[in-house]
Each structure stands twice: as structure tokens, then as C-alpha cells.
Design a protein. Structure first.
Length: 422
């Protein structure tokens, strides 16, 4: 088939959204002829990757707003507005391409966002939307502990979702979708209220064969003090303060233990101050921001990944830890709550901050006392990644979806399935 992929974020050798875009392109182009709409500033890393590993069936079409309009997206300021306007420019480009090529299918890949429209949905071809996420909300009990600025951020996010529901282009995206893929059940309910007729849960993250082989080398019991690791941007909704408080409670009984935090962000000074207040500063290492390979490589030096995020649509680092044979302790929320099972880690209910901290500390004690349990959960994580999150297998499922939405209506099964969560 001739497939149009809309991938605003698309960059090789990256995690998160850019990694989703690149890996989706890479895998689908093995089976179909694909045209990829993406941003011009992705060109250099894409062309470098193509020089090393050509993708003969992938054709990249670079699209950006005029130079005078790009000031909107300096840093994170105005990114959502810029993205919205980019979608309009991408549609104009896509319409011209469709007249020339005649696409069989259009697929929105990135951003993984359910409350902003995808304008390629307006093309007169079957349209696949997602996986998309973003309808996950922080439990109200946890908001009461946030700083004033963090509460404003969460309120602004809620208002943006509400405003999105009123957007006629978002509703058109939902109605035009032949299939909508969502990362969580919360997002599934959100898009169904928008008018999506056929939905399915499918987590967006995956691990390539090369990355799995690399991460597999981290598996096995390590020597040294029991060490916890968190990876990510240090922002309020990642919940690293909960991880620190749980570590402090656990550390009282295990003074030789350590907690490594890799990443940087607006919350770093607050977290460093909190570590001092909790009297664990000597056992907590803030590594700051590191290149992705070095950051993920820290998994080899740690025993458990701690990922207490309060509203993640996905949790790429959870999959990387599972592929590395490391148990995951996370809150039973959002994407991580779908990725992690009782065979790969310990999920903590999120009723209140005090309860979550106490239960996380209990999980740390359980894992520290039982190396055999850590080994069993690590092996379970590797199996789960191979069975459900290998890009090759995820692509096979996506090809089935493509066939279904381009087949005559009588041949399409109407049953809803949940993929990547069992």
C-alpha cells in the first residue's frame, strides 16, 4: 500500500516521541511504500541514519512553518500552538501529495496526543489515529501536595483538554478515524466521547532488536550495595519526590542502600533540598542530564527501576528496564500501569501520597531482601518485552489494522481488543 505517515516527532537513536516516530517509519516501510511528513529540523539525523541503513520504501517530506512563525516554539513556550499550526501546513502538503500519489491510507503517528487534531484525517482515505494518549490525570489527592506553580500547570492541562473537546477539527479527527489506538483506558474513554467508533488499546512504546540485544547484556545479579534508579526529566508530575520519600523510609533499615537519579529539570533543586531534609543526601546521587546511551546504561549498575509517575501516557524507561532484566516499581497509573505486571515488577496503588510512599518503601524492602524475586521479575520483564513490545511484533499487529481498515466493511471484525497489555 501507499501509506502517508504524519510524524511531527521522528528522530533516530532517541527514546520517547521521536523514537516512536522513527521506529514506526522504519518498520512499516519494510512492508509498504511510506511517505513521512515531519519537521525540517529532523532532516540531518534522519539523513545520517539513512546513509548507514537505507530505507528504500520510506520517502521523507519535510514541512515547517515560515521562519517568521518559528519563534512560537522557542524551548517549550508555545509548542502546542506551533504544533497545531504545523498540522495545518502539513495538511496542505499532504493534499498535494495525495493528488500526485493517491494514498491508500493515512496514519497519525506523533505527537501521541488525543486533545489536538490531526489534519491528515481530512484526506479522503482511511485514517488510523494513534496510538494517542494524554487524557490521564493526576489523582486529586496528590494535587493537594503540589506547589502553586505545579497546581497551575495541572489546571492548565485540564483546561487544554476541555478546550480540545470543543475543537471542531478534533471532533472531525475522531469521526474520520477508521481506527483509533489509545495508550490507556482513560484516553480510550476520552476519544469515544469525541466520536471515535472503533478503538483499541495499544501502547506506543517499543524496543528494537538492536536495543534489546544491548539491554539483555545488563541482566544478571550485580554486586555492591542495593541500588535504586530513576530516569527522566525532573518535573513535578514524574513523582520523584515520592520516590525520595519512600527511599528515606526504606533507608532507615538499609543504610547501605543508594538511590541514583538521572535527569535534570525544574524540580532538581527542590529534590536536592528534600534529600537533605530527609537526611539521605549522602546516599542519593543526582547525575544530571546524560546522553541517552549513558543514562540508560546506568541500569547495569542498579537493581531496581523506580518510576513513580503520576500521569504518563507511556513509560519508555519501564520497557528499557524490563528489557535489561530489572524489576520496576511504579504507580498503577497510566501507561506504566499497563506495561508493568505482577510478573515484571510491583505496581503501587495511588490513593494518597502517604499511602503510596509507605507502599513503595515496602516494595523496596521486599526486593532488597529477595535476590531470587528480583531475578524472577527481571526474567519476566524480558519475556514480556519480547512477546509484546518488540517493534517487529508491534508492527505485525499494525499491519493487521491497516488491512482491516482498508478492507470492505463486511470483512472487518468489530470486536474490540486490548493489545500489549496482557
Amino acid at each position: 500500500m501507499r501509506v502517508l505517515l504524519s510524524a511531527y516527532a521522528c528522530e533516530p537513536s532517541r527514546g520517547s516521541e521521536p523514537g516512536v516516530g522513527w521506529n514506526r517509519v522504519r518498520q512499516i516501510s519494510l512492508f509498504h511504500e511510506v511517505w513521512v511528513l515531519t519537521r525540517s529540523n529532523n532532516r540531518e539525523p534522519i539523513e545520517q541514519a539513512l546513509a548507514a541503513e537505507p530505507l528504500p520504501r520510506a520517502h521523507f517530506v519535510y514541512c515547517d512553518l515560515p521562519r517568521w512563525a518559528r519563534f512560537w516554539k522557542k524551548g517549550s513556550r508555545g509548542l502546542r500552538l506551533y504544533y497545531y499550526l504545523w498540522q495545518c501546513a502539513a495538511y496542505c502538503k499532504a493534499r498535494g501529495l495525495h493528488r500526485e500519489i493517491g494514498f491508500d491510507l493515512a496514519h497519525h503517528v506523533t505527537f501521541v496526543n488525543c486533545w489536538q487534531p490531526s489534519m491528515v484525517a481530512l484526506l479522503p482515505v482511511p485514517f488510523v489515529w494513534g496510538p494517542v494518549g494524554g487524557a490521564e490525570s493526576m489523582p486529586r489527592a496528590f494535587r493537594n501536595c503540589l506547589s502553586f506553580s505545579a497546581r497551575i500547570h495541572e489546571l492548565a492541562r485540564d483546561l487544554a483538554r476541555f478546550r480540545g473537546r470543543m475543537d471542531p477539527f478534533l471532533r472531525a479527527t475522531a469521526r474520520r478515524a477508521s481506527m483509533t489506538l489509545t495508550t490507556t483506558r482513560q484516553t480510550q474513554r476520552f476519544v469515544e466521547r469525541l466520536g471515535c467508533r472503533r478503538t483499541e488499546i495499544l501502547l506506543e512504546a517499543g524496543i528494537s532488536a538492536e536495543e534489546r540485544n544491548w539491554l539483555r547484556g545488563f541482566a544478571g545479579e550485580r554486586r555492591g550495595p542495593f541500588r535504586l534508579l530513576s530516569l527522566g526529566t525532573l518535573i513535578h508530575w514524574k513523582g520523584f519526590d515520592l520516590g525520595l520519600r519512600a527511599f528515606a523510609e526504606f533507608h532507615r533499615d538499609h543504610p547501605e542502600s543508594e538511590y541514583w537519579i538521572v535527569g535534570d529539570g525544574a524540580q532538581r533543586k527542590h529534590l536536592e533540598r528534600l534529600a537533605r531534609q530527609l537526611a539521605v543526601a549522602d546516599s542519593v546521587v543526582f547525575w544530571g542530564e546524560r546522553p541517552r546511551a549513558e543514562a540508560v546504561g546506568r541500569l547495569a549498575e542498579c537493581d531496581v527501576l523506580v518510576h513513580p509517575s503520576l500521569h504518563d501516557s507511556g513509560g519508555w524507561v519501564c520497557l528499557e528496564a524490563m528489557a535489561a532484566g530489572r524489576p520496576v516499581v511504579c504507580l498503577d497509573l497510566g501507561g506504566p500501569g499497563e506495561e508493568v505486571t505482577g510478573e515484571t515488577g510491583i505496581k503501587i496503588a495511588a490513593h494518597s501520597p502517604a499511602q503510596a510512599v509507605h507502599d513503595m518503601a515496602g516494595a523496596f524492602r521486599k526486593l532488597a531482601a529477595d535476590p531470587a524475586l528480583r531475578a524472577r521479575l527481571g526474567a519476566g520483564g524480558q519475556r514480556r518485552v519480547e512477546e509484546h513490545f518488540a517493534w517487529e511484533k508491534k508492527t505485525g499487529h499494525m499491519l493487521e489494522i491497516y488491512r482491516a481498515v482498508t478492507s470492505p466493511p463486511g470483512l472487518v471484525a468489530g470486536a474490540r481488543r486490548v493489545a500489549g497489555t496482557t
